[in-house]
Design a protein around this ligand. Structure first.
Ligand code: KIV
Ligand code: ZN
Length: 577
Protein backbone atom coordinates (compact mmCIF):
# COMPACT_ATOMS: atom_id res chain seq x y z
CA UNK A 1 0.00 0.00 0.00
CA UNK A 2 1.28 3.47 -0.85
CA UNK A 3 1.75 5.72 2.16
CA UNK A 4 0.18 9.15 2.28
CA UNK A 5 2.41 11.15 -0.11
CA UNK A 6 1.60 14.52 1.43
CA UNK A 7 3.78 13.75 4.40
CA UNK A 8 6.68 12.84 2.13
CA UNK A 9 6.55 15.14 -0.90
CA UNK A 10 5.90 18.87 -1.16
CA UNK A 11 5.36 20.79 -4.38
CA UNK A 12 7.91 23.58 -4.88
CA UNK A 13 6.07 26.90 -4.41
CA UNK A 14 5.34 28.44 -7.81
CA UNK A 15 6.44 32.01 -8.52
CA UNK A 16 3.78 34.66 -8.05
CA UNK A 17 2.76 35.61 -11.58
CA UNK A 18 -0.93 36.44 -11.60
CA UNK A 19 -0.64 38.41 -14.85
CA UNK A 20 1.19 35.68 -16.76
CA UNK A 21 1.14 36.27 -20.51
CA UNK A 22 2.36 32.96 -21.88
CA UNK A 23 -1.06 31.20 -22.02
CA UNK A 24 -2.13 33.70 -24.69
CA UNK A 25 0.90 33.20 -26.89
CA UNK A 26 1.60 30.75 -29.70
CA UNK A 27 4.95 29.67 -31.04
CA UNK A 28 5.47 31.22 -34.44
CA UNK A 29 9.15 30.57 -35.03
CA UNK A 30 11.71 27.94 -34.25
CA UNK A 31 14.01 28.49 -31.28
CA UNK A 32 17.78 28.35 -31.43
CA UNK A 33 18.50 24.67 -31.00
CA UNK A 34 21.40 23.34 -28.99
CA UNK A 35 22.15 19.64 -29.09
CA UNK A 36 23.76 18.27 -25.98
CA UNK A 37 23.77 14.71 -27.27
CA UNK A 38 27.55 14.51 -27.08
CA UNK A 39 27.69 15.91 -23.54
CA UNK A 40 24.54 15.47 -21.42
CA UNK A 41 23.37 12.56 -23.58
CA UNK A 42 26.80 10.95 -23.62
CA UNK A 43 27.23 11.26 -19.84
CA UNK A 44 24.10 9.18 -19.35
CA UNK A 45 25.08 6.13 -21.42
CA UNK A 46 26.02 2.74 -19.97
CA UNK A 47 29.08 3.03 -22.11
CA UNK A 48 29.95 6.58 -23.14
CA UNK A 49 30.73 6.96 -26.84
CA UNK A 50 34.26 6.51 -28.08
CA UNK A 51 35.75 9.10 -30.41
CA UNK A 52 34.56 7.36 -33.59
CA UNK A 53 30.98 7.13 -32.41
CA UNK A 54 31.02 10.69 -31.16
CA UNK A 55 32.30 11.83 -34.50
CA UNK A 56 29.63 9.91 -36.37
CA UNK A 57 26.90 11.42 -34.19
CA UNK A 58 28.49 14.88 -34.50
CA UNK A 59 28.26 14.57 -38.29
CA UNK A 60 24.64 13.42 -38.05
CA UNK A 61 23.81 16.42 -35.85
CA UNK A 62 25.48 18.76 -38.35
CA UNK A 63 23.55 17.15 -41.22
CA UNK A 64 20.28 17.60 -39.33
CA UNK A 65 21.10 21.30 -39.13
CA UNK A 66 22.19 21.98 -35.55
CA UNK A 67 24.32 25.12 -35.44
CA UNK A 68 25.22 24.85 -31.75
CA UNK A 69 26.47 21.50 -30.49
CA UNK A 70 27.78 20.81 -27.01
CA UNK A 71 30.51 18.36 -27.85
CA UNK A 72 32.21 17.55 -24.56
CA UNK A 73 33.09 18.17 -20.94
CA UNK A 74 36.83 18.43 -21.63
CA UNK A 75 37.97 19.10 -18.06
CA UNK A 76 36.19 15.93 -16.89
CA UNK A 77 37.86 13.35 -19.12
CA UNK A 78 40.84 12.98 -21.40
CA UNK A 79 38.61 11.34 -24.03
CA UNK A 80 36.45 14.45 -24.10
CA UNK A 81 39.47 16.76 -24.18
CA UNK A 82 41.00 14.80 -27.05
CA UNK A 83 37.71 14.78 -28.93
CA UNK A 84 37.50 18.58 -28.86
CA UNK A 85 41.12 18.80 -30.02
CA UNK A 86 40.43 16.38 -32.85
CA UNK A 87 37.45 18.37 -34.09
CA UNK A 88 39.56 21.52 -34.15
CA UNK A 89 42.89 20.10 -35.32
CA UNK A 90 41.35 18.07 -38.12
CA UNK A 91 39.06 20.94 -39.14
CA UNK A 92 35.97 18.75 -38.78
CA UNK A 93 33.60 21.53 -37.71
CA UNK A 94 31.46 22.99 -40.51
CA UNK A 95 31.96 26.75 -40.89
CA UNK A 96 28.46 27.59 -39.65
CA UNK A 97 28.55 25.33 -36.58
CA UNK A 98 29.68 26.50 -33.14
CA UNK A 99 30.93 23.94 -30.69
CA UNK A 100 30.18 24.30 -27.01
CA UNK A 101 31.90 22.72 -24.01
CA UNK A 102 30.86 22.48 -20.39
CA UNK A 103 32.85 23.31 -17.29
CA UNK A 104 32.19 23.65 -13.60
CA UNK A 105 32.90 27.10 -12.20
CA UNK A 106 36.35 26.28 -10.86
CA UNK A 107 39.55 27.89 -12.03
CA UNK A 108 41.66 24.81 -12.95
CA UNK A 109 38.75 23.29 -14.83
CA UNK A 110 38.07 26.53 -16.68
CA UNK A 111 41.74 26.83 -17.70
CA UNK A 112 41.69 23.28 -19.07
CA UNK A 113 38.41 24.01 -20.89
CA UNK A 114 39.74 27.08 -22.66
CA UNK A 115 42.91 25.16 -23.49
CA UNK A 116 40.81 22.45 -25.17
CA UNK A 117 39.19 25.08 -27.37
CA UNK A 118 42.39 26.74 -28.55
CA UNK A 119 42.28 27.46 -32.27
CA UNK A 120 38.50 26.99 -32.64
CA UNK A 121 36.89 29.37 -35.10
CA UNK A 122 33.89 29.89 -32.85
CA UNK A 123 33.16 28.45 -29.41
CA UNK A 124 30.76 28.68 -26.50
CA UNK A 125 32.21 28.21 -23.03
CA UNK A 126 29.47 26.85 -20.84
CA UNK A 127 29.90 27.51 -17.12
CA UNK A 128 27.59 25.81 -14.68
CA UNK A 129 27.09 25.97 -10.96
CA UNK A 130 24.19 24.92 -8.81
CA UNK A 131 22.25 27.75 -7.22
CA UNK A 132 19.34 26.27 -5.28
CA UNK A 133 19.17 26.29 -1.51
CA UNK A 134 19.32 22.47 -1.08
CA UNK A 135 22.43 22.36 -3.25
CA UNK A 136 24.06 25.35 -1.60
CA UNK A 137 23.53 23.82 1.81
CA UNK A 138 23.73 20.07 1.24
CA UNK A 139 26.22 19.73 -1.59
CA UNK A 140 28.36 22.85 -1.84
CA UNK A 141 28.24 24.02 1.77
CA UNK A 142 28.13 27.63 0.56
CA UNK A 143 26.10 30.75 1.26
CA UNK A 144 24.26 32.68 -1.43
CA UNK A 145 27.09 35.22 -1.58
CA UNK A 146 29.70 32.52 -1.97
CA UNK A 147 27.76 30.90 -4.82
CA UNK A 148 27.32 34.28 -6.51
CA UNK A 149 31.00 35.08 -6.15
CA UNK A 150 31.96 31.69 -7.52
CA UNK A 151 29.86 32.31 -10.64
CA UNK A 152 31.14 35.83 -11.20
CA UNK A 153 34.76 34.82 -10.64
CA UNK A 154 34.37 32.02 -13.15
CA UNK A 155 32.98 34.37 -15.78
CA UNK A 156 35.78 36.90 -15.16
CA UNK A 157 38.40 34.19 -15.51
CA UNK A 158 36.93 32.95 -18.80
CA UNK A 159 36.77 36.53 -20.04
CA UNK A 160 40.43 36.98 -19.22
CA UNK A 161 41.57 33.63 -20.67
CA UNK A 162 39.65 34.08 -23.89
CA UNK A 163 40.86 37.65 -24.37
CA UNK A 164 44.27 36.10 -25.08
CA UNK A 165 42.85 34.18 -28.04
CA UNK A 166 41.14 36.77 -30.23
CA UNK A 167 41.23 34.53 -33.31
CA UNK A 168 38.28 32.61 -31.81
CA UNK A 169 34.79 34.07 -31.67
CA UNK A 170 34.04 33.46 -27.98
CA UNK A 171 30.60 33.31 -26.50
CA UNK A 172 29.59 32.56 -22.96
CA UNK A 173 26.79 30.44 -21.58
CA UNK A 174 26.00 30.43 -17.92
CA UNK A 175 23.68 27.78 -16.45
CA UNK A 176 22.06 27.93 -13.06
CA UNK A 177 22.02 24.24 -12.34
CA UNK A 178 18.89 23.35 -10.33
CA UNK A 179 17.33 26.65 -11.51
CA UNK A 180 13.76 25.47 -10.93
CA UNK A 181 14.48 24.95 -7.23
CA UNK A 182 16.31 28.27 -6.90
CA UNK A 183 14.67 31.26 -5.20
CA UNK A 184 13.66 33.57 -8.09
CA UNK A 185 15.21 36.70 -6.59
CA UNK A 186 18.52 34.89 -6.19
CA UNK A 187 18.34 33.48 -9.72
CA UNK A 188 17.92 37.00 -11.10
CA UNK A 189 20.73 38.32 -8.93
CA UNK A 190 23.14 35.67 -10.22
CA UNK A 191 22.06 36.12 -13.84
CA UNK A 192 22.49 39.88 -13.70
CA UNK A 193 25.87 39.59 -12.02
CA UNK A 194 27.27 37.18 -14.62
CA UNK A 195 25.86 39.21 -17.53
CA UNK A 196 27.56 42.27 -16.15
CA UNK A 197 30.81 40.40 -15.53
CA UNK A 198 30.84 39.16 -19.12
CA UNK A 199 29.95 42.60 -20.43
CA UNK A 200 27.04 41.28 -22.43
CA UNK A 201 25.78 43.60 -25.15
CA UNK A 202 23.11 43.25 -27.83
CA UNK A 203 25.95 42.47 -30.26
CA UNK A 204 27.61 39.95 -27.94
CA UNK A 205 24.79 38.38 -26.00
CA UNK A 206 25.30 36.07 -23.09
CA UNK A 207 23.33 32.81 -23.06
CA UNK A 208 21.55 32.43 -19.72
CA UNK A 209 20.37 28.86 -19.42
CA UNK A 210 17.62 28.00 -16.95
CA UNK A 211 17.50 24.22 -16.61
CA UNK A 212 14.93 22.09 -14.95
CA UNK A 213 17.86 19.90 -13.94
CA UNK A 214 15.28 17.65 -12.32
CA UNK A 215 11.69 18.04 -13.46
CA UNK A 216 9.55 18.30 -10.34
CA UNK A 217 6.51 20.35 -11.33
CA UNK A 218 3.90 20.66 -14.03
CA UNK A 219 5.02 22.46 -17.21
CA UNK A 220 2.97 25.56 -16.41
CA UNK A 221 5.02 26.08 -13.25
CA UNK A 222 8.20 26.04 -15.33
CA UNK A 223 6.61 28.43 -17.82
CA UNK A 224 5.78 30.85 -14.99
CA UNK A 225 9.37 30.69 -13.77
CA UNK A 226 10.69 31.40 -17.27
CA UNK A 227 8.30 34.30 -17.83
CA UNK A 228 9.19 35.71 -14.43
CA UNK A 229 12.91 35.63 -15.34
CA UNK A 230 12.21 37.01 -18.81
CA UNK A 231 10.50 39.99 -17.20
CA UNK A 232 12.94 40.55 -14.36
CA UNK A 233 16.47 40.03 -15.64
CA UNK A 234 18.48 43.10 -16.54
CA UNK A 235 20.00 43.72 -20.01
CA UNK A 236 17.26 41.62 -21.59
CA UNK A 237 18.36 42.71 -25.04
CA UNK A 238 21.85 41.38 -24.33
CA UNK A 239 20.66 37.96 -23.22
CA UNK A 240 19.61 34.81 -25.05
CA UNK A 241 17.26 33.06 -22.66
CA UNK A 242 17.74 29.33 -22.91
CA UNK A 243 15.94 26.34 -21.39
CA UNK A 244 17.18 22.86 -20.67
CA UNK A 245 14.26 20.71 -19.54
CA UNK A 246 14.77 17.23 -18.15
CA UNK A 247 11.99 14.71 -18.37
CA UNK A 248 11.55 13.23 -14.88
CA UNK A 249 7.77 13.69 -14.96
CA UNK A 250 7.54 12.83 -18.65
CA UNK A 251 6.53 16.38 -19.55
CA UNK A 252 9.78 17.88 -20.84
CA UNK A 253 8.39 18.53 -24.32
CA UNK A 254 5.40 20.39 -22.90
CA UNK A 255 7.68 22.27 -20.52
CA UNK A 256 9.90 23.39 -23.39
CA UNK A 257 6.92 24.45 -25.49
CA UNK A 258 5.37 26.48 -22.70
CA UNK A 259 8.78 27.96 -21.87
CA UNK A 260 9.09 29.18 -25.47
CA UNK A 261 5.68 30.81 -25.12
CA UNK A 262 6.94 32.38 -21.89
CA UNK A 263 9.94 34.11 -23.46
CA UNK A 264 12.69 31.52 -23.93
CA UNK A 265 14.54 31.72 -27.24
CA UNK A 266 16.75 28.69 -27.15
CA UNK A 267 16.27 25.02 -26.24
CA UNK A 268 18.88 22.48 -25.23
CA UNK A 269 18.12 18.79 -25.50
CA UNK A 270 18.95 15.51 -27.18
CA UNK A 271 17.75 13.35 -30.02
CA UNK A 272 14.94 11.07 -28.88
CA UNK A 273 15.20 12.45 -25.35
CA UNK A 274 18.46 10.77 -24.42
CA UNK A 275 20.08 12.03 -21.21
CA UNK A 276 20.36 11.52 -17.49
CA UNK A 277 17.61 9.43 -15.81
CA UNK A 278 14.46 9.90 -17.92
CA UNK A 279 16.44 12.05 -20.30
CA UNK A 280 16.65 15.54 -21.69
CA UNK A 281 13.87 17.03 -23.74
CA UNK A 282 13.45 15.22 -27.07
CA UNK A 283 14.47 17.65 -29.79
CA UNK A 284 13.03 15.48 -32.58
CA UNK A 285 9.56 15.66 -31.06
CA UNK A 286 9.86 19.35 -30.32
CA UNK A 287 10.99 20.17 -33.85
CA UNK A 288 8.37 18.02 -35.54
CA UNK A 289 5.66 19.30 -33.20
CA UNK A 290 6.49 22.75 -34.57
CA UNK A 291 6.43 21.41 -38.11
CA UNK A 292 2.91 20.04 -37.65
CA UNK A 293 1.79 23.52 -36.59
CA UNK A 294 3.09 24.92 -39.87
CA UNK A 295 6.28 26.36 -38.37
CA UNK A 296 9.56 25.45 -40.12
CA UNK A 297 11.76 23.97 -37.40
CA UNK A 298 15.07 24.57 -39.15
CA UNK A 299 16.07 20.96 -38.48
CA UNK A 300 15.90 18.32 -41.16
CA UNK A 301 14.32 15.03 -40.14
CA UNK A 302 13.23 14.10 -43.65
CA UNK A 303 14.98 10.72 -43.31
CA UNK A 304 14.07 9.82 -39.74
CA UNK A 305 15.05 6.18 -40.19
CA UNK A 306 18.63 7.20 -40.97
CA UNK A 307 18.70 9.39 -37.86
CA UNK A 308 17.37 6.50 -35.75
CA UNK A 309 20.01 4.17 -37.20
CA UNK A 310 22.87 6.58 -36.46
CA UNK A 311 21.55 7.35 -33.00
CA UNK A 312 21.17 3.69 -32.07
CA UNK A 313 24.54 2.71 -33.51
CA UNK A 314 26.35 5.54 -31.71
CA UNK A 315 24.65 5.48 -28.32
CA UNK A 316 23.66 1.82 -27.97
CA UNK A 317 20.19 3.06 -26.94
CA UNK A 318 17.03 1.84 -28.66
CA UNK A 319 14.31 4.08 -30.04
CA UNK A 320 11.09 2.47 -28.78
CA UNK A 321 8.28 1.58 -31.20
CA UNK A 322 5.97 4.28 -29.85
CA UNK A 323 8.56 7.11 -29.83
CA UNK A 324 6.76 10.12 -31.39
CA UNK A 325 7.50 10.56 -35.11
CA UNK A 326 10.28 7.97 -35.11
CA UNK A 327 9.02 4.72 -33.56
CA UNK A 328 8.15 1.77 -35.74
CA UNK A 329 4.46 1.90 -34.82
CA UNK A 330 3.71 5.59 -34.69
CA UNK A 331 2.09 5.72 -38.11
CA UNK A 332 0.32 2.40 -37.77
CA UNK A 333 -3.35 1.71 -37.13
CA UNK A 334 -4.42 -1.81 -36.21
CA UNK A 335 -7.93 -0.94 -35.13
CA UNK A 336 -10.65 -1.47 -37.71
CA UNK A 337 -12.51 1.81 -37.19
CA UNK A 338 -9.28 3.81 -37.36
CA UNK A 339 -8.24 2.01 -40.53
CA UNK A 340 -11.56 2.73 -42.12
CA UNK A 341 -11.29 6.43 -41.33
CA UNK A 342 -7.69 6.60 -42.55
CA UNK A 343 -8.60 4.87 -45.79
CA UNK A 344 -11.38 7.40 -46.37
CA UNK A 345 -9.02 10.26 -45.48
CA UNK A 346 -6.47 9.07 -48.04
CA UNK A 347 -9.16 8.62 -50.68
CA UNK A 348 -10.40 12.19 -50.15
CA UNK A 349 -6.94 13.78 -50.32
CA UNK A 350 -6.30 16.28 -53.08
CA UNK A 351 -2.75 17.08 -54.18
CA UNK A 352 -1.46 20.19 -52.37
CA UNK A 353 -4.30 20.27 -49.83
CA UNK A 354 -3.86 20.80 -46.10
CA UNK A 355 -3.11 17.52 -44.34
CA UNK A 356 -6.30 16.15 -42.87
CA UNK A 357 -6.18 12.38 -42.56
CA UNK A 358 -8.05 11.05 -39.52
CA UNK A 359 -5.84 9.43 -36.87
CA UNK A 360 -2.71 10.47 -38.74
CA UNK A 361 -1.73 13.89 -37.42
CA UNK A 362 1.33 13.92 -39.63
CA UNK A 363 2.23 12.76 -43.13
CA UNK A 364 4.70 9.87 -42.74
CA UNK A 365 6.27 10.91 -46.04
CA UNK A 366 7.59 14.08 -44.32
CA UNK A 367 10.00 11.95 -42.32
CA UNK A 368 10.75 9.63 -45.21
CA UNK A 369 8.35 6.89 -44.15
CA UNK A 370 6.16 5.11 -46.68
CA UNK A 371 2.46 4.45 -46.28
CA UNK A 372 2.95 0.68 -46.09
CA UNK A 373 3.05 0.62 -42.32
CA UNK A 374 0.03 2.88 -41.84
CA UNK A 375 -2.40 0.02 -41.90
CA UNK A 376 -1.41 -3.25 -40.33
CA UNK A 377 -3.71 -6.15 -39.71
CA UNK A 378 -4.39 -8.13 -36.56
CA UNK A 379 -7.52 -9.44 -34.88
CA UNK A 380 -8.61 -5.84 -34.08
CA UNK A 381 -8.62 -4.82 -37.71
CA UNK A 382 -11.59 -4.36 -39.96
CA UNK A 383 -12.62 -4.51 -43.57
CA UNK A 384 -11.26 -1.06 -44.45
CA UNK A 385 -7.71 -1.92 -43.46
CA UNK A 386 -7.80 -5.31 -45.13
CA UNK A 387 -9.14 -3.82 -48.33
CA UNK A 388 -6.51 -1.07 -48.17
CA UNK A 389 -3.68 -3.57 -47.85
CA UNK A 390 -4.89 -5.72 -50.76
CA UNK A 391 -5.38 -2.63 -52.85
CA UNK A 392 -2.09 -0.92 -52.03
CA UNK A 393 0.06 -4.03 -52.29
CA UNK A 394 -1.70 -6.12 -54.95
CA UNK A 395 -3.87 -3.63 -56.81
CA UNK A 396 -7.02 -5.64 -56.03
CA UNK A 397 -10.01 -3.45 -55.17
CA UNK A 398 -12.63 -5.55 -53.40
CA UNK A 399 -16.37 -4.84 -53.69
CA UNK A 400 -17.79 -3.65 -50.39
CA UNK A 401 -19.76 -6.80 -49.52
CA UNK A 402 -16.74 -8.94 -50.34
CA UNK A 403 -14.70 -6.78 -47.94
CA UNK A 404 -17.17 -7.69 -45.22
CA UNK A 405 -17.12 -11.38 -46.11
CA UNK A 406 -13.33 -11.59 -46.30
CA UNK A 407 -12.77 -9.59 -43.08
CA UNK A 408 -14.74 -12.29 -41.22
CA UNK A 409 -12.36 -14.89 -42.65
CA UNK A 410 -9.32 -12.78 -41.64
CA UNK A 411 -10.75 -12.35 -38.16
CA UNK A 412 -11.17 -16.10 -37.71
CA UNK A 413 -7.64 -16.64 -38.98
CA UNK A 414 -6.11 -14.11 -36.56
CA UNK A 415 -8.17 -15.36 -33.64
CA UNK A 416 -6.83 -18.85 -34.38
CA UNK A 417 -3.20 -17.90 -35.02
CA UNK A 418 -2.83 -14.63 -33.06
CA UNK A 419 -0.44 -11.82 -33.95
CA UNK A 420 -0.18 -9.67 -37.01
CA UNK A 421 -0.93 -10.67 -40.61
CA UNK A 422 1.42 -9.01 -43.08
CA UNK A 423 0.36 -8.06 -46.61
CA UNK A 424 1.84 -11.22 -48.08
CA UNK A 425 0.11 -13.52 -45.61
CA UNK A 426 -3.13 -11.65 -46.20
CA UNK A 427 -2.80 -12.18 -49.92
CA UNK A 428 -2.13 -15.88 -49.38
CA UNK A 429 -5.25 -16.16 -47.27
CA UNK A 430 -7.22 -14.37 -49.97
CA UNK A 431 -5.80 -16.61 -52.70
CA UNK A 432 -6.41 -19.76 -50.67
CA UNK A 433 -9.98 -18.70 -49.95
CA UNK A 434 -11.02 -17.48 -53.39
CA UNK A 435 -8.48 -18.13 -56.10
CA UNK A 436 -7.05 -21.57 -55.39
CA UNK A 437 -9.25 -23.16 -52.74
CA UNK A 438 -8.58 -26.78 -51.87
CA UNK A 439 -12.17 -27.48 -52.88
CA UNK A 440 -13.83 -30.06 -55.13
CA UNK A 441 -14.70 -27.98 -58.17
CA UNK A 442 -11.88 -26.88 -60.51
CA UNK A 443 -11.86 -24.96 -63.77
CA UNK A 444 -9.99 -26.63 -66.66
CA UNK A 445 -11.05 -24.91 -69.89
CA UNK A 446 -14.03 -23.72 -71.88
CA UNK A 447 -15.21 -23.11 -75.42
CA UNK A 448 -17.94 -20.72 -76.47
CA UNK A 449 -20.29 -21.43 -79.34
CA UNK A 450 -23.27 -19.74 -80.80
CA UNK A 451 -26.67 -21.33 -80.24
CA UNK A 452 -29.49 -19.67 -82.18
CA UNK A 453 -29.80 -16.19 -80.60
CA UNK A 454 -28.08 -17.34 -77.42
CA UNK A 455 -24.62 -18.05 -76.18
CA UNK A 456 -23.50 -21.61 -75.59
CA UNK A 457 -20.61 -22.81 -73.54
CA UNK A 458 -18.72 -26.08 -73.23
CA UNK A 459 -17.05 -26.09 -69.86
CA UNK A 460 -14.44 -28.57 -68.71
CA UNK A 461 -14.07 -28.87 -64.97
CA UNK A 462 -12.79 -31.30 -62.40
CA UNK A 463 -14.94 -32.56 -59.58
CA UNK A 464 -12.90 -34.15 -56.81
CA UNK A 465 -10.15 -34.81 -59.30
CA UNK A 466 -12.44 -36.34 -61.97
CA UNK A 467 -12.87 -34.42 -65.24
CA UNK A 468 -16.38 -33.52 -66.44
CA UNK A 469 -17.70 -31.77 -69.47
CA UNK A 470 -20.60 -29.37 -68.92
CA UNK A 471 -22.74 -27.60 -71.42
CA UNK A 472 -24.88 -24.56 -70.86
CA UNK A 473 -26.74 -21.94 -72.83
CA UNK A 474 -27.61 -18.45 -71.68
CA UNK A 475 -27.92 -14.87 -72.78
CA UNK A 476 -24.15 -14.36 -72.57
CA UNK A 477 -21.05 -16.35 -71.65
CA UNK A 478 -21.47 -15.82 -67.91
CA UNK A 479 -25.11 -16.71 -67.94
CA UNK A 480 -24.30 -19.79 -70.04
CA UNK A 481 -21.66 -20.83 -67.51
CA UNK A 482 -24.15 -20.30 -64.66
CA UNK A 483 -26.59 -22.55 -66.46
CA UNK A 484 -23.89 -25.16 -67.01
CA UNK A 485 -22.94 -25.18 -63.33
CA UNK A 486 -26.51 -25.16 -62.03
CA UNK A 487 -27.85 -24.54 -58.51
CA UNK A 488 -26.82 -20.88 -58.26
CA UNK A 489 -27.89 -17.48 -59.45
CA UNK A 490 -25.75 -14.36 -59.76
CA UNK A 491 -26.61 -11.61 -57.34
CA UNK A 492 -23.94 -9.16 -58.34
CA UNK A 493 -21.07 -9.07 -60.74
CA UNK A 494 -18.09 -6.69 -60.97
CA UNK A 495 -14.96 -6.80 -63.00
CA UNK A 496 -11.78 -4.78 -62.65
CA UNK A 497 -8.33 -4.96 -63.99
CA UNK A 498 -5.24 -5.19 -61.82
CA UNK A 499 -1.74 -4.20 -62.89
CA UNK A 500 -1.05 -2.48 -66.18
CA UNK A 501 0.39 -3.11 -69.64
CA UNK A 502 1.53 -6.67 -70.24
CA UNK A 503 0.96 -7.55 -66.58
CA UNK A 504 -2.69 -6.51 -66.62
CA UNK A 505 -5.07 -9.16 -65.32
CA UNK A 506 -8.82 -9.18 -65.31
CA UNK A 507 -10.33 -9.70 -61.90
CA UNK A 508 -13.96 -10.80 -61.67
CA UNK A 509 -16.07 -10.79 -58.52
CA UNK A 510 -19.40 -12.62 -58.48
CA UNK A 511 -21.78 -12.81 -55.60
CA UNK A 512 -23.75 -16.06 -55.88
CA UNK A 513 -26.94 -17.06 -54.18
CA UNK A 514 -28.62 -20.44 -53.82
CA UNK A 515 -32.36 -21.07 -53.84
CA UNK A 516 -32.41 -21.17 -50.04
CA UNK A 517 -30.79 -17.71 -49.74
CA UNK A 518 -27.22 -18.72 -48.98
CA UNK A 519 -24.73 -16.29 -50.54
CA UNK A 520 -21.01 -16.23 -51.13
CA UNK A 521 -18.49 -14.40 -53.22
CA UNK A 522 -16.29 -15.98 -55.82
CA UNK A 523 -13.23 -14.36 -57.33
CA UNK A 524 -11.39 -15.22 -60.53
CA UNK A 525 -8.28 -13.75 -62.09
CA UNK A 526 -7.09 -14.32 -65.60
CA UNK A 527 -5.67 -12.50 -68.61
CA UNK A 528 -9.05 -13.05 -70.28
CA UNK A 529 -12.16 -11.51 -68.75
CA UNK A 530 -14.53 -14.38 -69.68
CA UNK A 531 -12.16 -16.92 -68.18
CA UNK A 532 -11.77 -14.75 -65.06
CA UNK A 533 -15.58 -14.63 -64.75
CA UNK A 534 -16.01 -18.40 -65.12
CA UNK A 535 -13.25 -18.97 -62.56
CA UNK A 536 -15.10 -16.56 -60.25
CA UNK A 537 -18.31 -18.58 -60.67
CA UNK A 538 -16.51 -21.82 -59.85
CA UNK A 539 -14.77 -20.14 -56.87
CA UNK A 540 -18.18 -19.02 -55.58
CA UNK A 541 -19.75 -22.48 -56.07
CA UNK A 542 -16.96 -24.01 -54.05
CA UNK A 543 -17.68 -21.62 -51.22
CA UNK A 544 -21.36 -22.51 -51.05
CA UNK A 545 -21.75 -25.67 -49.02
CA UNK A 546 -25.17 -26.54 -50.46
CA UNK A 547 -23.88 -26.09 -54.00
CA UNK A 548 -21.18 -28.61 -53.41
CA UNK A 549 -23.80 -30.83 -51.73
CA UNK A 550 -26.03 -30.34 -54.74
CA UNK A 551 -23.23 -31.33 -57.00
CA UNK A 552 -22.38 -34.36 -54.94
CA UNK A 553 -25.95 -35.68 -54.67
CA UNK A 554 -27.72 -34.57 -57.80
CA UNK A 555 -25.02 -34.28 -60.36
CA UNK A 556 -22.54 -36.95 -59.49
CA UNK A 557 -24.20 -39.68 -57.36
CA UNK A 558 -27.55 -39.73 -59.11
CA UNK A 559 -26.17 -39.36 -62.58
CA UNK A 560 -27.15 -35.67 -62.71
CA UNK A 561 -28.03 -34.07 -65.97
CA UNK A 562 -26.99 -36.26 -68.80
CA UNK A 563 -25.54 -34.47 -71.75
CA UNK A 564 -27.94 -33.52 -74.38
CA UNK A 565 -26.25 -33.62 -77.71
CA UNK A 566 -28.30 -30.66 -78.82
CA UNK A 567 -28.06 -28.21 -75.99
CA UNK A 568 -31.01 -26.07 -75.13
CA UNK A 569 -31.11 -23.16 -72.73
CA UNK A 570 -30.16 -24.90 -69.51
CA UNK A 571 -27.39 -27.24 -68.59
CA UNK A 572 -25.89 -30.62 -69.18
CA UNK A 573 -23.06 -32.56 -67.64
CA UNK A 574 -21.00 -35.42 -68.98
CA UNK A 575 -18.07 -37.21 -67.45
CA UNK A 576 -15.27 -36.63 -69.89
CA UNK A 577 -14.51 -39.96 -71.52
O1 KIV B 1 20.64 19.44 -16.25
C1 KIV B 1 21.45 20.36 -16.01
O2 KIV B 1 21.26 21.18 -15.15
C2 KIV B 1 22.63 20.43 -16.84
C3 KIV B 1 23.44 21.64 -16.77
C4 KIV B 1 24.87 21.32 -16.94
C5 KIV B 1 22.96 22.62 -17.79
O3 KIV B 1 22.87 19.53 -17.63
ZN1 ZN C 1 21.08 18.36 -18.09
Amino acid sequence: MLTDPSSKYRPFPPVALADRQWPNRTITQAPIWMSTDLRDGNQALFEPMNAERKLRLFRTLCDIGFKEIEVAFPSASQTDFDFVRRLIDEALIPHDVTIEVLSHARAPLLRRTVEALQGARSAIVHIVNATSQPFRELVLGMSRTEVLTMAVDAVRLVKQLTADQPQTRWRLQYSLETFTATEPDFAVEVCDAVSAAWGATPENKIILNLPSSVETATPNVYADQIEWMHRHIARRDSVILSVHPHNDRGTAVAAAELALMAGAERVEGCLFGNGERTGNVDLVTLALNLYTQGVAPGLDFSDINAVVRDFEACTGMAVPPRQPYAGELVFTAFSGSHQDAIKKGFAARQPGSVWNVPYLPFDPADVGRGYDAVIRINSQSGKGGIAHLLESHYGVVLPRRLQIEFSGIVQQHSDRHGGEIGAEALWQLFAQTYLHPAKPLRYLSHQLFEHTQDQGIQLQIKWNGEPYDLTGVGNGPIDAAVQALGAVSVRSYEERSTGSGGDAMACAFVELATANGQTAYGVGMDGNIVTASIKALISGCNRLANVTDFWQHHVIESGGFIADSTPTAGAAVNPTP
